[in-house]
Ligand binder design. Structure first.
Ligand code: K7E
Ligand code: CUA
Length: 663
C-alpha cells in the first residue's frame, strides 16, 4: 500500500488523470456497474440527477405486471409519479369501487377485480409515438385497455373473445389503425366442454385486430384471424415498406397440451405469422368473414357524464386463411421464439428464439419475393410456409443465451435482451456483428428504448427490466423488488447509470419524450361541462333525497368543508348514495371522502368531478365522515356526521351546514 502510494505520488503528473477517473475507494471502474465512490460515480450520478423542481426528460410507462396497473416514472431519474389503475381495483383512487368506474371491470365472466398486464403500447402517428393514448393488455381474462394521456386515466376496456392468455397484445400499427391481440393459449373454438387430449383437433388460436377510431380512440374488434392452436407469444407491426403487415411469433407449433417444456420444444423451427391486414380489410369488405357468436364486454368511460358503461357484445367477424389467400404466411424461425421485433425501416424482422444462441433476422423484401415465387415448404391449414433460406436476411451468431426481446436506437443498431446470460447485447443491423454487451442484474426480460419499437426511435437511454434482484437492494423479506436499470446508449458503449425498483413485475415499458405529453395535460374538469346525472353545481343545491330505502346525498366540497356537513334521518337498512361534487376549479386540489364503516374505498374527487360512494349502515349511531386528502390548512376541519336511527324510527330527514340549518 505504502509502496503503491509512493509510486503514485512520484508519478502523479502522469497518473493524475487515471487516479481521478478511478477514484480512491474501490476502483473497479469501467462498465462493471459495481463502481462505488469517486469521480466516475459522481459523473454517472450527474447524468441521472434531476435537480429539485426540475423535470425529467422522458416519461416511462411501466406495466404493473400482476398488479394489473400501470406506473408512470421519469427518466433519467427513475422517480415514480403515479400509478394508473387499469385492470385491478384501486382503493387510492376508488377505481372499481365507486359507482362511476365499476362497469370498467365488467367482463363476460362478471366483475373481475384483477389482471396480469404485460405490454404498455403508446399510440403512433406516422410511426412516431404521439402521446395521445397508452394501450395495455390483460393477460388472464383477455382484454385491452386504453388510457387517455391528457388525464392519465383508463377510459376504455374491451374484452377479447376466442382467446385465452392475451399475451401478444396490444401492439400498434404506424397510425394506430389497429392494436392487435393474439391468444397465447389455444382454446376450443367455439368454447365448449371437450376432452383436453383433442387439443390438436378442437382447439384453435385467434389473432384479433382491434380498430382504433382515429379521432376518439374508441376501440372495436374489426376481425379475428383463425389459426391452428399454436401459442402466439408476441407481435410487432411492419413499418415503412412493410406497413400493412403485422408479425406474430409462435411456439408450440407441435400443438401439444401437456408438459410443454419438453413437448413444445421438439420442432427445430416454429413460426412467425405474417398477416397482411390491408388484405384482411379487403376480405372483410367483400364479406368473406364468418359472423361468429361470441360474448365479450366493451366498457367505456364517458367524460361528459363521468360514468362508465358496460355493453355486452354478441358477435365477431372471423377470417379463415383457407378462404382468404394471401392473408397469412408462416416464416420458419428457430427455436420457440419469444419476441418478434421489426426494425425502424421495416425491412428486418428479428425472431428471438429463446432456445437458440443465435438470432434469426428475416427480410421483408425477401419475404415478398418468396411469396411471389411461391417458395413454399408446405401449407398448414391454408397457410403457406415460406422456405427458410428464402426469407432469412442474416443471423447474429453466438450473441448470447436465451434471447427474449429486441429494440432499436434508430442509428442502425439493435439491442437484444438475453435472459440466461443476463445481458444486453448491441449489434449492427445488416452486418449482424456484435458491437457491445452489458451485464444486467439479473435475468433481464424486456428492454426499452423510448420509441424503440417505432419507426422513429428517440434513442439516448435504454431501460432493462429484470426478473431477479437478489442482492441489489435492501432485503424486504422473501419477496424482493423487481428492478429496472437505466443505460446511456448515446455513445459506442452502453453505460449503466442507475438501478430503480418497479411495481409488480413490469415485463415491458414504453418511453416518450416529455414534450409530447406535457402540452396535452388537463389541469381540472370544467364544472360547467359536468353532465354527471347526480352532479351538484353549487352549495345551494346540496340536499338529501329519500326514495323508499334509497337515500341520495347531493354533496359538494370546497376548501375546507362539505355541504351538507350534518345529516339526520338515515335509517338502518337504507342504501345511502353519496354523490360528491368537487366545486374547486384549480389544478391539484382534489378532495377525498370517507365514512366510518364503508365497505368500499374512499373517494378521491378531482376538481369539477362527481363521484359516488354507496354506504349501507348496519347499526344505529352517529357516524363521522371526513376528507382524506390534505387540501388546505383547515383540512383537518373538513368533516361531518351522519345520524343513523333504527329502521322503524321517525327521525325526520334533515341536513345542514353552519347556521343555515334547514328544518
Ligand atoms: Cu417477455 Cu409477457 Cu413480453 Cu415478460 S413477456 S419478459
Ligand atoms: Cu378537502 Cu382535505
Amino acid at each position: 500500500m505504502k509502496n503503491l502510494f509512493f509510486k503514485g505520488f512520484l508519478l502523479l503528473p502522469l497518473f493524475a488523470v487515471g487516479l481521478f477517473l478511478t477514484g480512491c475507494g474501490n476502483s473497479q471502474g469501467g462498465d462493471s456497474g459495481k463502481t462505488t465512490g469517486g469521480a466516475l460515480a459522481s459523473n454517472v450520478a450527474e447524468q441521472v440527477y434531476v435537480a429539485p423542481g426540475e423535470y425529467d426528460e422522458f416519461y416511462a410507462f411501466f406495466s404493473g405486471g400482476f398488479s394489473g396497473q400501470v406506473t408512470v416514472h421519469g427518466l433519467p431519474s427513475g422517480r415514480l409519479f403515479k400509478t394508473i389503475p387499469v385492470f385491478s381495483v384501486d382503493a387510492e383512487k376508488a377505481y372499481g369501487f365507486n359507482e362511476e368506474t365499476k362497469p370498467m371491470l365488467m367482463t363476460s365472466h362478471g366483475f373481475i377485480p384483477w389482471d396480469d398486464s404485460h405490454h404498455p403500447e403508446l399510440s403512433q402517428t406516422n410511426g412516431e409515438t404521439d402521446g395521445r393514448w397508452l394501450f395495455i393488455n390483460a393477460n388472464n381474462t383477455p382484454r385491452v385497455a386504453r388510457i387517455d394521456l391528457s388525464e392519465f386515466e383508463t377510459v376504455e376496456i374491451i374484452e377479447i373473445p376466442n382467446s385465452g392468455g392475451n399475451h401478444s397484445s396490444p401492439f400498434t400499427t404506424m397510425n394506430t389503425e389497429y392494436v392487435v391481440a393474439g391468444t397465447r393459449f389455444g382454446v376450443p373454438y367455439p368454447q365448449q366442454d371437450v376432452a383436453i387430449n383433442e387439443y390438436a383437433d378442437k382447439f384453435k388460436a385467434t389473432l384479433s385486430f382491434i380498430k382504433v377510431d382515429p379521432e376518439t380512440g374508441k376501440m372495436s374488434i374489426a376481425f379475428q384471424v383463425l389459426l391452428p392452436a399454436f401459442d402466439f407469444d408476441l407481435a410487432h407491426s411492419g413499418k415503412g415498406d412493410s406497413h400493412g403487415w403485422m408479425f406474430f411469433s409462435s411456439y408450440n407449433t407441435e400443438e401439444k397440451h401437456t408438459l410443454l417444456e419438453v413437448e413444445a420444444s421438439q420442432n427445430d423451427k416454429d413460426y412467425i405469422a405474417a398477416i397482411n391486414w390491408k388484405k384482411a380489410e379487403e376480405y372483410v369488405k367483400q364479406g368473406k368473414f364468418h359472423e361468429v357468436s361470441a360474448r365479450y364486454a366493451h366498457n367505456f368511460y364517458d367524460e361528459e357524464t363521468q360514468q362508465a358503461t358496460s355493453e355486452m357484445l354478441n358477435t365477431v367477424k372471423v377470417l379463415i386463411p383457407e378462404e382468404c389467400p394471401g392473408l397469412v404466411y408462416f416464416l420458419p424461425t428457430p427455436k420457440s421464439p419469444h419476441g418478434v421485433d421489426v426494425d425502424p425501416t421495416g425491412e428486418y424482422i428479428v425472431g428471438n428464439g429463446k432456445l437458440s444462441a443465435n438470432l434469426t433476422v428475416h427480410s421483408f423484401s425477401k419475404m415478398l419475393k418468396a411469396i411471389e415465387n411461391k417458395a413454399f415448404e408446405t401449407t398448414i391449414d391454408g397457410v403457406p410456409v415460406l422456405k427458410f433460406e428464402e426469407v432469412v436476411a442474416g443471423t447474429v451468431k453466438d450473441a448470447g443465451l436465451g434471447p427474449l426481446h429486441t429494440e432499436f436506437d434508430g442509428k442502425g443498431y439493435a439491442y437484444t435482451s438475453f435472459f440466461i446470460s443476463s445481458e444486453v447485447v448491441k449489434w449492427k443491423l445488416g452486418t449482424w456483428e456484435v458491437a457491445d454487451r452489458a451485464p444486467t442484474y439479473y435475468s433481464i426480460g424486456h428492454l426499452m428504448i423510448p420509441g424503440g419499437d417505432s419507426h422513429k426511435p428517440q434513442g439516448k437511454y435504454l431501460v432493462a427490466m429484470n426478473k431477479i434482484t437478489k442482492d441489489r437492494y435492501l432485503p424486504t423479506g422473501p419477496e424482493l423488488c423487481h428492478s429496472a436499470q437505466l443505460y446511456d446508449i448515446s455513445g459506442d458503449k452502453m453505460k449503466l447509470l442507475l438501478d430503480f425498483p418497479t411495481m409488480g413485475e413490469p415485463h415491458y415499458a414504453q418511453g416518450i419524450s416529455a414534450d409530447r405529453i406535457i402540452p396535452r395535460q388537463k389541469k381540472f374538469y370544467k364544472l360547467e361541462e359536468n353532465k354527471h346525472p347526480h352532479r351538484t353545481m353549487g352549495e345551494k343545491d346540496a340536499r338529501v333525497e329519500r326514495n323508499g330505502k334509497e337515500v341520495h346525498v347531493y354533496m359538494t366540497t370546497i376548501r375546507s368543508h362539505f355541504a351538507p356537513d350534518n345529516i339526520e334521518g338515515i335509517k338502518v337498512g337504507d342504501k345511502v348514495y353519496f354523490h360528491v361534487t368537487n366545486l374547486e376549479q384549480d389544478w391539484d386540489v382534489p378532495h377525498g371522502f370517507a365514512i366510518l364503516g364503508a365497505r368500499t374505498s374512499e373517494l378521491l374527487v378531482m376538481p369539477g368531478q362527481t363521484e359516488t360512494l354507496v354506504w349501507e349502515p348496519k347499526a344505529e349511531g352517529v357516524y363521522p365522515f371526513y376528507c382524506t386528502d390534505f387540501c388546505s390548512a383547515l383540512h383537518q376541519e373538513m368533516q361531518g356526521y351522519v345520524r343513523v336511527s333504527g329502521s322503524n324510527a321517525n327521525t325526520p330527514l334533515k341536513w345542514s351546514l353552519g347556521s343555515n340549518e334547514e328544518e
